[in-house]
Write a protein of this length. Sequence first.
Length: 115
Amino acid sequence: MFKLTRYLEGGYEFDFGAVQVEKLDSEGRSLPIGMSFVDFVVYEESRTILIEVKDPSQKGATAKEREEFLRQIQQNTLINESLVPKGRDSYTYLHLNEPNPEKIVIYSHSWNGEI
């Protein structure tokens, strides 16, 4: 766990202030086989927040990729096949490595809505 105040993800800058933040899916991190992680974990005194950032309108996304993203949202496959597994895997990984049953865990996913 380490402190970051600002971080770029998907073309967006996040300012986390003075809270402790971990880039969970960082390059070079060895992932357990079959697991995928959320982008950020924010550690607060009484809770842990899991954050996944999605932005299909960022530079480099094709019209076909944006259409596919919209289809996944409309059919709930984005949630069922990507976001829920990332939240579940991240929670499991964190819980097994640093269990703290007193903390509330919040999972937030976000996209800018421009498709």
